[in-house]
Design a protein around this ligand. Sequence first.
Ligand code: TRP
Length: 332
Amino acid sequence: MKKISLTGIKPTGDLHIGNYFGAIKPALELAKEYDARYFIADYHALNTVKDPKELNSAIRQVAAGWLASGLDPDKVILYRQSSIPEVFELTTMLMAFTSKGLMNRAHAYKAAVQANNESGHDPDAGINMGLFTYPVLMAADIIIFDSDVVPVGKDQVQHIEMAQDIAQSINANYGKEILKVPQAVVQENVAVVPGLDGRKMSKSYNNVIPLFLPEKQLRKTIMRIVTNSQSVEEPKDPSVCQIFQLYKLFAETSEQDALASRYQAGGMGWGEAKEELFHVVNRCIAPVKERYDAIMADIPSLDKILEEGAGKARPIAAATVRRFRKAAGVDL
Ligand code: TRP
């Protein structure tokens, strides 16, 4: 039997090149060798997205993004998290084995509390139970499909470790392997894609380069990359420049070497470096965007793919829940 790869993307804004290199591309690479189950984490998004139109369109954007990037729905199960009610039943069961202290240690929750403390607010301000219990739902996403590997960015590794902890304590309690213990797969070289301001590209930092912008806007966005005040004449160090870090993701090795030499020789301004970056980004993204536009022009077919994916996913999910219910003694 092939091993199982699973990952999810939260539909909370425009898909960006950080999602593409951090999640979509490595996941599709793994789909060549593994049985893959990839999904849209729409109930995770509900924690922050309260506008129905926005959530609706973000869900379809992620689905179309997966497909435009090459996901073959005949080979990979593609579904929406919210279409699999068994995930939420499993979440409730996992809760019984998850210590509150484990949730207190989650990075995202801790950062929210710290931000409240620093700004003099109540430590719980703006924190809903969805955020607090986020790692349990994510553990259920993973565990319910007997996942062996979970391709994720570095920032998600703690969540996978929590899923391991939860699965292991359940297995230990019943004295047998009821639930598969998953492993994170982190693509070291692409784990952190820098954003416009040099920090990790992330919706929460508002520094993203969206994947499916019209060409003119893509160029404009790239021109907004923050640079230092070095003059045109000065030689520049490519290894500390986020324009160059991004360029490396898209360019051939020979192109990378050529641009690095121009950096080191001096005489090239930041505007020119950004033009070079725009050229390679657009070259890579344009065909993906063309497929994306075609998929988004036929929403009924897109929705049907998701429905069919849910139809394939549910029996697998139901089997895991049944196994656990039986072990737990709730099935009479
Ligand atoms: N938390 C992930 C993120 O923000 C999204 C996600 C939800 C996920 N459930 C998952 C990723 C299960 C991998 C496996 O990027």
